[in-house]
Structure formats: structure tokens, C-alpha cells
Design a protein around this ligand. Structure first.
Ligand SMILES: NC(=O)C1=CN([C@@H]2O[C@H](COP(=O)(O)OP(=O)(O)OC[C@H]3O[C@@H](n4cnc5c(N)ncnc54)[C@H](O)[C@@H]3O)[C@@H](O)[C@H]2O)C=CC1
Ligand SMILES: O=C([O-])CC(=O)C(=O)O
Length: 328
């Protein structure tokens, strides 16, 4: 028997990431090739944005995706999030050349109080939320705090792009296939302070740290390359990363919904104090997923350098949180 359709809300649906994301959700790449979806698309109540959204919807229709059981266009989160099972909060202003993600905080924070409240009011009581719009961790924190009737654990921020970037750099450095990588972790904020940690990682079963055996490369090349990759893409394209961001969003939601078979992935999730991170900080952690739930990988040894990196990214996140206190 075919499955009942699930509702997937996507905000910023007429933007760059939206354009790279929706077609893949509708084709079943996110929730499985047997799972029909109803897309509930939100754009700002502006004629140009709503028209662009109409165009995207026409294209979705023209794909005749067998799994696409419905498409809705919205300009109000209170209707867009009605009964939604999954919410991908992408809509927000992206940064341009020379901006840091922190510069987006003031511009974008308000969006996530409004949307958190709307999710709280009308979404499925078990809605799973992924925040992509930057600064993603703090926006996810704002949305979670604005939705007190929903489970805290269901609010997450996207660090998967950092995870995938780190995996790709490791594969290139070792000359091995990216598919062979296990036990990679990215800690903290989706920003240049994130700490990509391959101390425990293996590639084709061999220790990545031993294979690379170059701590200077780790600190002076790998970490800055992964941390500043977003800016490098903006400098090259004149626009922020979109297809790779959409791909990471698909990976994040697919793994959360369908499981990782024991493989470590990175998700930004509200802390419960794990690894000394204060409760509620939306922190990138290594997790495994099973049965629609994620679980933090426990027992990873934190050496002095790792602790310094974790402290730095944590400080940035708590400063961001302080900066939005007045909104909550
Ligand atoms: N977490 C991550 O790894 C990444 C996050 N991003 C972030 O994702 C966000 C979106 O990026 P793009 O798609 O490239 O931007 P874009 O400017 O192409 O599209 C954003 C869309 O969101 C819409 N929007 C703005 N406010 C909205 C609201 N309140 N409700 C609904 N829609 C709204 C805009 O009208 C626009 O169509 C940016 O904040 C960007 O920095 C981008 C790459 C990676
Ligand atoms: O850098 C940006 O502003 C967009 C982004 O989050 C990324 O590519 O990691």
C-alpha cells in the first residue's frame, strides 16, 4: 500500500537554495522514493517574490514527479506551516562579499521569532525543523525558544555543509574516495569558528590522522579552508553557495528521517550539557540517527587543542545568543 503523503514546508522557496532544493525533495531524495510529499512553500508577501514562486511551482508541475502529492504557495507562515511534518527554514537574507555571518544577525533574527511562533501554533506536534538561513545556529535557537509547546530536540541547525566540506578536503588530501570516510565530526557554530575534527575519522578503515600525519596542515590549511569556504564561494561566484547548501539540507533531513546505519554525521542541535556545552546552545555535534531520532556520539576524548577550538566556537554562539536576548 502506498504511504500517506507528508507535509514539507520550505521558506525562501523562490530563492537560490530553494531552486536547488525543491526538485530534489519532490523527487524523493530527501524522504525516500516511496514517500509522497505535499510542498507548502513560503515566500515574502512581495509581488516579485510571489511571482517568482509561481514560476518555480509551474516548473515543479512540469516535472510530473510521481511523489509530489500537492503544492501550495503561501505568504504567511501561519498558513504555510499548517500541520507540517518537516520545516526547512531557508528564507533569510544571504551575506554578500565582505560580510560576516554575524552581520546577518540583526537582519534575520526577527524572521525566526515570527516563524517559531507560527510553528508553535499550527505545525504538527512532532514537526522536524532544519534552519538553513544564517546565522543558522542562532536562528534555530530563536525559533526553538519561540516555540515552547514543541519538543526542543526537534529544532536543528545546518552544519552538514561544513561536514561535507571537511569530508571532501580529507578525501582530496588522502587521495581516497569520500564515501570511505567515517567518524568525522564538526563542533560548534556554522561559521569560521567551527571545529572540524578528524582525530577519530577513518577512511577505508585507516586512521585519517595517521594517513595525513601533518598537524600543521590540520591547523593552517584544513581548518581555515573548511571554515572560510562560504566566503571563498561568495568571492568566486558573487553569490553564496546554493546547490551545495541544498544538498546538505537534503542530507541532514534524509539522515534524520531515515537513519545513518551507525555512521556519524554532524547536526546543529540544542545541547543538554553534553561535552560541557550549556543547555539549549544550538551546537554542532557528531550524531548518529535511527528511527527518526538523532543521538549524540558520546565518549569522544577532547584534547587541549580541541577544547580550545570548542571554547572559541562556543563563545561566539553565546555572544550571538546574548545579542538576541531582547527578542525572546
Ligand atoms: N547553513 C548553511 O550552511 C547555509 C546557509 N545559507 C543561508 O541560507 C539563506 C538563503 O540563501 P539563498 O537561498 O542563497 O538566498 P536568496 O536571497 O537567493 O533567497 C532567500 C529567499 O528567502 C526569501 N525570504 C526572505 N525573508 C523571508 C521570510 N521571512 N519568509 C519567507 N521567505 C523569505 C527571499 O524573498 C528570497 O527569495 C541565507 O541566509 C544564506 O546565508 C546559505 C548557504 C549555506
Ligand atoms: O557563507 C555564507 O554566507 C553562506 C554559507 O553559510 C556557506 O556557504 O557556508
Amino acid at each position: 500500500m502506498s504511504k500517506k503523503p507528508v507535509r514539507v514546508a520550505v521558506t525562501g522557496a523562490a530563492g537560490q537554495i530553494g531552486y536547488a532544493l525543491l526538485f530534489r525533495i519532490a523527487s524523493g531524495e530527501m524522504l525516500g522514493k516511496d514517500q509522497p510529499v505535499i510542498l507548502q512553500l513560503l515566500e515574502i508577501p512581495d509581488e516579485k517574490a510571489q511571482n517568482a514562486l509561481k514560476g518555480v511551482i509551474m516548473e515543479l508541475e512540469d516535472c510530473a514527479f510521481p511523489l509530489l502529492a500537492g503544492i501550495e504557495a503561501h505568504s504567511d507562515p501561519m498558513t504555510a506551516f499548517k500541520d507540517t511534518d518537516y520545516a526547512l527554514l531557508v528564507g533569510a537574507r544571504p551575506r554578500g562579499p565582505g560580510m560576516e555571518r554575524a552581520d546577518l544577525l540583526a537582519a534575520n533574527a526577527q524572521i525566526f521569532t515570527v516563524q517559531g511562533k507560527a510553528l508553535n501554533a499550527v505545525a504538527s506536534r512532532n514537526v522536524r525543523v532544519l534552519v538553513v538561513g544564517n546565522p543558522a545556529n542562532t536562528n534555530a535557537y530563536i525559533a526553538m525558544k519561540s516555540a515552547p509547546d514543541l519538543p526542543r530536540k526537534n529544532f536543528t541547525a545546518m552544519l552538514r555543509l561544513d561536514h561535507n566540506r571537511a569530508a571532501s578536503q580529507i578525501a582530496a588530501k588522502t587521495g581516497k574516495a569520500v564515501a570511505g570516510i567515517e567518524k568525522l565530526a564538526v563542533w560548534g557554530n556554522h561559521s569560521p569558528t567551527m571545529y572540524a575534527d578528524y582525530r577519530n575519522a577513518t577512511i577505508d578503515g585507516q586512521s585519517v590522522k595517521d594517513l595525513i600525519n601533518d598537524e600543521q596542515w590540520n591547523r593552517e590549511v584544513f581548518l581555515p579552508t573548511v571554515g572560510k569556504r562560504g566566503a571563498a564561494i561568495i568571492a568566486a561566484r558573487g553569490l553564496s553557495s546554493a546547490a551545495s547548501a541544498a544538498n546538505a539540507a537534503i542530507d541532514h533531513m534524509r539522515d534524520w528521517a531515515l537513519g545513518t546505519n551507525g555512521k556519524w554525521v554532524t547536526m546543529g542541535i540544542p545541547s543538554n550539557g553534553e561535552y560541557g556545552i550549556p543547555k539549549d546552545v544550538m551546537f554542532g555535534y557528531p550524531v548518529t540517527c535511527e528511527g527518526g531520532e538523532y543521538k549524540i556520539v558520546e565518549g569522544i576524548a577532547i584534547d587541549e587543542f580541541s577544547q580550545e577550538c570548542i571554547n572559541k566556537t562556543l563563545k561566539e554562539l553565546t555572544d550571538e545568543q546574548d545579542g538576541v536576548k531582547h527578542l525572546l
